[in-house]
Design a protein around this ligand. Structure first.
Ligand code: COS
Length: 380
């Protein structure tokens, strides 16, 4: 029997997340969009409410939830604001490499204090010349005695300005391609690490995205994740989970846009009738609702495979590209249903549409995610 009904614990968590996000996030979402600042107070409150580090095991200071439960919670947060929720959820991506490739000692030493203090981290893979082609990264790591020396630059790094630690990917030998890549835990206070340009973005404006400069950064040998050359696989496995999270963000955002458009279409009267009763718009709303529901089901499928310990790269990739394409389409349709008002800053739907665009680009463009899903189909 297949049951899509959340259990009692999941319902309580969903309810907690809904109440939290409607009280703490939704009222300030537009203000943060206008004037982006680090949502420190919201992070503190989310930490106190048990809404941070959802999938990190309890022994390392997380909540120990599976990906499906995490998705139920995260959807509620993203209905309120994807950018602020992105800042709250960043540790699942940033700390993923430590959970996947780290030793017990590394997990206790780095994750426990970070999570207990409610601090945030960053995931450093992307570079100017290595975006979709992550295996072509140029940041160098050179072993010198008991430490590595890192040199290079990372770009488009979420939460870079505020992270307490970074998981950084660098190569010990570019001629080895993906097999030369290593993952490192780099604390913020490491000398030679500095933050470069902060991006001024079209949407998701409260999501801090910046460059990280690495100039002769000394990283102790014990901060290497796994063995030398295993970094690329660690990064890819981290992105599998990250893509389920982004799919969830897409579902949350699409739901917010659909609900706003539906409510508006019930109230807005033209030609003597609510506009939602005209078939042209009524069919649009029906398509939007079906798209949100189907994106959610694909996301839960990927999450449930992960929770069962199965390989879920294909399902994660297809959920990511599908749900975020849905978010783009549904937010665009929401603006259309609002008409001229939808294009103004008076209503949230114009923010939704700007926020949606980034989702089709980050954690692997939707074209790259189709490569991942399509490749798996041909192999499998
Ligand atoms: N899990 C485990 N291993 C994986 C994996 C995964 N999800 N994906 C790839 N690998 C392994 C492959 O099996 C291969 O191993 P072997 O060499 O032992 O056979 C190795 O990693 C290299 O894989 P591949 O040949 O597919 O690498 P490519 O250089 O062709 O890159 C893509 C593949 C394009 C999928 C990858 O570079 C990618 O995901 N790019 C986008 C990066 C991204 O999402 N950036 C966003 C950063 S956060 S905003």
């Amino acid at each position: 029997m297949i049951d899509f009904t959340p259990n009692e614990e999941q319902k309580a968590l969903q309810d907690l997340a809904r109440k939290f996000s409607q009280k703490e996030i939704a009222p300030v979402a537009l203000a943060y969009d206008k004037e982006p600042v680090f949502p420190e107070e919201i992070i503190k409150k989310a930490h106190a409410a048990g809404l941070l580090n959802l999938t990190c095991p309890k022994e390392y200071g997380g909540q120990g939830f599976g990906l499906v439960t995490s998705s139920l919670i995260t959807e509620e947060m993203n209905v309120a604001c994807v950018a602020i929720s992105g800042m709250l959820g960043i540790n699942s991506l940033a700390c993923g490499p430590i959970l996947i490739g780290g030793t017990e000692e590394q997990k206790r030493r780095f994750l426990l204090p970070l999570n207990q203090a409610g601090k945030t981290a960053s995931f450093g893979l992307t570079e100017r010349e290595a975006g979709s082609d992550a295996g072509g990264l140029k940041t160098r790591a050179k072993l010198e005695g008991d430490h590595y020396v890192l040199n290079g630059q990372k770009c488009f790094i979420t939460n870079a300005s505020y992270a307490a630690l970074y998981t950084i990917f660098a190569t010990i030998d570019p001629s080895q391609g993906t097999k030369g890549i290593c993952g490192f835990i780099v604390p913020r206070e490491s000398s030679g690490l500095s933050i470069g340009k902060v991006e001024d973005k079209m949407g998701q404006r409260a999501l801090n995205v910046a460059e990280v400069n690495l100039e002769n950064v000394i990283v102790p040998r014990e901060n290497l994740l796994g063995k030398e050359g295993k970094g690329f696989k660690i990064a890819m496995e981290t992105l599998d989970e990250g893509r389920v999270n982004i799919a969830t963000c897409g579902v949350g955002l699409a739901r917010a846009a659909f609900e706003a458009a539906r409510d508006y279409a019930k109230k807005r009267v033209q030609f003597g009738k609510p506009i939602g009763t005209f078939q042209a718009l009524n069919f649009m709303l029906a398509d939007m609702a079906a798209a949100v529901d189907s994106a959610r089901l694909l996301t839960w499928l990927a999450g449930s495979m992960a929770d069962q310990g199965k390989r879920f790269s294909r399902e994660a990739a297809q959920a990511k590209f599908y749900a975020t394409d849905v978010a783009m389409r549904v937010t665009t349709d929401a603006v259309q249903i609002y008409g001229g008002y939808g294009y103004t800053k008076e209503y949230a739907v114009e923010k939704y549409m700007r926020d949606a665009k980034l989702m089709q680009i980050y954690e692997g463009t939707n074209q790259v995610n189709r490569i991942v899903a399509g490749g798996a189909l041909m192999r499998g």
